[in-house]
Design a protein around this ligand. Structure first.
Ligand SMILES: Cc1cc2nc3c(=O)[nH]c(=O)nc-3n(C[C@H](O)[C@H](O)[C@H](O)COP(=O)(O)OP(=O)(O)OC[C@H]3O[C@@H](n4cnc5c(N)ncnc54)[C@H](O)[C@@H]3O)c2cc1C
Length: 470
């Protein structure tokens, strides 16, 4: 609906940011130097997936593993590190930058996040190596996960290693999955050979870009990323978001939580947003950082949910255990074996040893079809720890809390990608250039925090310099 007459002066109208996750707050922080900004958040607090849960004497717990990684964009990296005083960060460098393990083929791999093929039975391992193509046969342009795996590693590895992992994770056939799933699992590399052979093959770019060390600590320093990771010294990544929220409040940014946007109408002057309580807000421009699907209703765009695959239910079980489970010194341990509902363990002590007083804090992420009862979900988490072999029987628990995430874990199926792309196009037609979509779902390749923040940062900093230079 378009207003017949301009009712407002766009120069004095606020800009509105929808969604107060780190992405939305960062966008608001950059916009505020150009004029008034209002942030609208559906939840009753800011932070989104970067918020922490504060359990008092048991400390803070995150939404699973969320550790900042430098992006390589110096201005953004400095911006993020500037959210807290420098002494409040732990810096993780070299192989400690992303120290992760994997449960694969019934083994707990402590020193690589990539499936270790050398742990397979000898015949199967040999068949995998025999089928490995000398070159990657164009995985980058593969239309689906199955073809990605076949082009990159050959059909034997695809069939016996890659396909069971991606299908177990996303609960859909590999041919129906976007290649993005191979970044979530991740399968862009495999531990193909023992250490000395891997070292020998480092000089061969065709194979080295597809392989990983069985023990990632053996990766020579010259091959390691110069970028660091960083995390608050006292546990809880949400502290960075809270500091940013406070900065915005101090600067006069109007942050409203618990809001529900009923209508979004482009007008001659910009956009008009109508809230559930009848409040109408006029804005010069809207930056929508929540998933674009959440804009469809307010913008009057129909979404055919029958064409989409439901998100998986993501459950967080925060635990303080009496004794350290067998996670070793990895920051997180991902689970690739399809029989488990556990997706990942976050081992806070490995990257934030000063974060608590007593006991051993971990977060277990489960991905399940249905939410279920919290007590039963906790039981699943504890039983699987013993089944996987990181505890000797059910662990002694000092504290536990279970959270079911409201939006779940988006499944990277081709059907979902196509449906979201269709909605994005319909939204662009409906709202024109009065709304900018940023964040997960605004582009097919955005999921990881680093990518999301970088895309938004580039957008707002370019927009700002264009506005200033006008
Ligand atoms: C289970 C899980 C695990 C993850 N693990 C990792 C990981 O290991 N590494 C990594 O890099 N990334 C990970 N991610 C992705 C990472 O969390 C995101 O990239 C990051 O949180 C994006 O930040 P954001 O601010 O854009 O989104 P969010 O943090 O999701 O914030 C969006 C905000 O918008 C609000 N909102 C939603 N709808 C509306 C509406 N209609 N109106 C107003 N507000 C609304 C939400 O309440 C929320 O506060 C994970 C994601 C999930 C779900």
């Amino acid at each position: 609906m378009t207003s017949p007459m301009p009712a407002h002066n766009p120069q004095t109208l606020p800009q509105i940011v929808v969604g107060a996750g780190l992405n939305g707050l960062m966008v608001a922080d950059h916009l505020r130097t150009n004029g008034p900004v209002i942030v609208l958040e559906a939840a009753d607090r800011c932070g989104g997936l970067l918020g922490s849960f504060d359990f008092g004497t048991h400390g803070r717990f995150d939404h699973g593993t969320h550790i900042f990684a430098e992006t390589g964009e110096a201005a953004l990296d400095a911006y993020l590190q500037g959210l807290l005083p420098s002494e409040q960060w732990v810096q993780l460098r070299g192989h400690r930058r992303n120290f992760a393990g994997l449960v694969f083929n019934g083994h707990v791999q402590h020193h690589t996040l990539y499936p270790d093929l050398t742990s397979l039975p000898t015949d199967q391992y040999q068949a995998c190596l025999d089928g490995l193509p000398v070159n990657d046969l164009g995985s980058e342009s593969a239309p689906n996960a199955l073809e990605y795996l076949e082009r990159r590693y050959g059909s034997e590895i695809a069939k016996s290693v890659g396909v069971p992992i991606v299908e177990g994770f996303a609960k859909a056939p590999a041919a129906d999955l976007s290649p993005l799933v191979t970044r979530l699992c991740p399968l862009d590399r495999l531990a193909l050979f023992d250490g000395p052979t891997t070292m020998q093959k480092l000089g061969d770019p065709e194979i080295s870009r597809r392989m990983a060390f069985v023990d990632q600590r053996e990766l020579p320093e010259s091959e390691q990323s110069p970028l660091a990771s960083f995390y608050p010294r006292t546990r809880g990544i949400g502290q960075a978001v809270e500091a940013l929220e406070q900065r915005l409040v101090d600067a006069g940014v109007d942050i409203r939580t618990g809001v529900r946007i009923e209508n979004l109408d482009p007008t001659d002057f910009g956009v008009e947003l109508t809230m559930q309580d009848g409040t109408v807000l006029a804005a010069a421009h809207v930056y929508w950082t929540a998933n674009p699907l959440t804009m469809a209703g307010p913008a009057g765009v129909a979404v055919d949910y029958s064409m989409m695959d439901r998100p998986l239910t993501a459950v967080l079980c925060h635990l303080v255990l009496d004794e350290a489970p067998g996670l070793g010194d990895v920051h997180y341990l991902q689970v690739a074996d399809a029989e488990y509902s556990t997706y990942r363990y976050t081992n806070y002590d490995a990257f934030c040893p000063e974060g608590h007083q007593t006991g051993v804090p971990i977060t277990v992420e489960l991905l399940v079809d249905e939410p279920g009862d919290p007590t039963a979900l906790l039981e699943v988490a504890l039983t699987e720890m013993a089944a996987i072999g990181i505890t000797d029987g059910a662990p002694a628990v000092q504290f536990s809390a279970v959270n079911v995430l409201p939006y779940g874990f988006p499944r990277p199926t081709l059907a979902n990608m196509a449906a979201i792309s269709k909605v994005r196009n319909a939204l662009a037609d409906a709202v024109g250039d009065t709304v900018t979509m940023l964040g997960i779902g605004s582009r097919d390749d955005l999921f990881f925090m680093t990518d999301v923040l970088l895309a938004s940062f580039v957008h707002v900093t370019q927009h700002q310099s264009a506005t200033v230079g006008r």
